[in-house]
Design a binder for this molecule. Structure first.
Ligand SMILES: Nc1nc2c(ncn2[C@@H]2O[C@H](COP(=O)(O)OP(=O)(O)O)[C@@H](O)[C@H]2O)c(=O)[nH]1
Ligand SMILES: [Mg+2]
Length: 329
C-alpha cells in the first residue's frame, strides 16, 4: 500500500467512514513532512463543511484514575445504543519523552473491536502547540467520518487539559476516592475547567470513601464559578469496572449539552473556540517565521548572551529582536 493516498481517496474514505482511511488521514495531519502537511491542510479544507456535528467530550484525571477504563465502558454502551464513537488521546508526556502516562489501557481493545467505534490510541508527537493542532484536526476528521461522539482522553497534570478544554463542549473530571487533592495533582484551576466531576472506583471497599469524596468535591465546587452560567457542576460516583453509575453520568452529560444548546452557549463557545485557535495558530506561525528570520538569526545569540549577563533587560531585548524582525532594527 502506498504511504500516501491521493487527496480524493482520503476525502471519500473519510466521508464513507472507512476506519482505516480515517486512521491514515490522522497520520497524515500528524506528519512533520512539508508535503504531507500541505496535503493535510487541503484535506481539512475539503472536509470542513462536514464537521462540527459531534458532541465533543473531554475526560481528564490523574494517571490511574480510570479514564481509559471509563471511556471503554461508556463507549461500548453508547455504541450499543446506536451512537458512533471516536476516541482520541492527548498525552503531553509523549511529546517530551516519547513515553506515555496515559498508559496501556489507552488502546481500549474491547471498544476498538466495536465496528461503530474508532480508537486512536497513539497521541501525537511534537510540541504541545503541534499536539493541539493535531488533536483539533483529528476531531474534525472524526466528525466528517460521521462519529457523533468524540471522546478525548487527557491527563490532569499540566497544560494539556487547559488545551483540551478549548477543544470540547463538555469536560469531565475523573477523581479517585481517598487520594487527597495533592496526591491527585488536582489544582483549583483544573476543577474550574470541569463541567462534571465523577469519583471513579466507587466499588468494593471504596464505596464509602467515594461517597465522602463526592460530598467534599460538591462543597468545594459550590464555592466556585462554573464554566457555564446557570450550570451547577454535578458530582457523581461511578465504577468504570462494574459499570455502576455510568448511565447516570451519561444522562448528566446529555443534560449538559441540552443546557448549552438552550442557553445559546453551545454555539457561542464553539465560535469563541474557533477564534481562540486562530490566535494560537497565528502565534505558532509567527514564532516560526520569527526564528527563521535572517536578521533575527544573526543577532539572536549575542542578544541572548546580553540578557544572560544582564547587560540587557529581557524586555529591551525583545523589543530589539522585534525591530530586527520587522526591518526597523
Ligand atoms: N476497582 C476499580 N478499578 C478500576 C476502575 N476503573 C479503572 N480501574 C483500574 O485502575 C487502573 C488504571 O485504569 P486506567 O483506565 O488505565 O486509568 P487511566 O490512567 O486514568 O486511563 C487499571 O488497573 C484499571 O483496571 C474502577 O471503576 N474500579
Ligand atoms: Mg489511560
Amino acid at each position: 500500500m502506498p504511504r500516501r493516498l491521493p487527496l480524493d481517496a482520503y476525502v471519500d474514505g473519510v466521508r464513507a467512514g472507512d476506519r482505516a482511511i480515517v486512521g491514515r488521514a490522522i497520520t497524515l495531519i500528524e506528519s512533520q513532512r512539508a508535503d504531507d502537511q500541505a496535503l493535510g491542510r487541503a484535506l481539512i479544507e475539503r472536509l470542513i463543511g462536514d464537521t462540527g456535528r459531534a458532541h465533543r467530550i473531554g475526560v481528564t484525571g490523574v494517571p490511574g484514575a480510570g479514564k481509559s477504563t471509563f471511556i471503554e465502558a461508556l463507549g461500548t454502551r453508547l455504541c450499543a445504543a446506536g451512537h458512533r464513537v471516536a476516541v482520541l488521546a492527548v498525552d503531553p508526556s509523549s511529546a517530551r519523552s516519547g513515553g506515555s502516562i496515559l498508559g496501556d489501557k489507552t488502546r481500549m481493545q474491547e471498544l476498538a473491536r466495536e465496528p461503530r467505534a474508532f480508537v486512536r490510541p497513539s497521541p501525537s508527537l511534537g510540541a504541545l502547540g503541534g499536539v493541539a493542532r493535531h488533536s483539533r484536526e483529528a476531531v474534525l476528521i472524526c466528525e466528517a467520518a460521521g462519529y457523533d461522539l468524540v471522546l478525548i482522553e487527557t491527563v490532569g497534570v499540566g497544560q494539556s487539559e487547559v488545551m483540551v478544554a478549548h477543544l470540547v463542549d463538555t469536560f469531565l473530571l475523573l477523581m479517585i476516592p481517598g487520594a487527597g487533592d495533592e496526591l491527585q495533582g488536582i489544582k483549583r484551576g483544573i476543577l474550574e475547567l470541569a463541567d462534571l466531576v465523577a469519583v471513579n472506583k466507587a466499588d468494593g471497599d471504596r464505596v464509602t470513601a467515594a461517597e465522602r469524596a463526592r460530598r467534599d468535591y460538591g462543597h468545594a465546587l459550590h464555592l466556585m464559578q462554573p464554566r457555564s452560567a446557570g450550570w451547577q457542576v454535578p458530582v457523581l460516583t461511578c465504577s468504570a469496572q462494574s459499570g455502576a453509575g455510568i448511565d447516570a453520568l451519561w444522562a448528566k452529560i446529555v443534560e449538559h449539552r441540552r443546557h448549552l444548546e438552550a442557553s445559546g452557549e453551545w454555539q457561542r463557545s464553539r465560535e469563541e473556540q474557533q477564534v481562540f485557535w486562530m490566535w494560537r495558530a497565528l502565534e505558532e506561525r509567527l514564532l516560526a517565521e520569527f526564528r527563521g528570520h535572517p536578521a533575527v538569526q544573526a543577532r539572536l545569540g549575542a542578544i541572548e548572551a546580553a540578557v544572560r549577563s544582564r547587560r540587557l533587560s529581557p524586555d529591551h531585548a525583545a523589543a530589539e529582536l522585534l525591530a530586527l524582525f520587522s526591518g526597523r532594527g
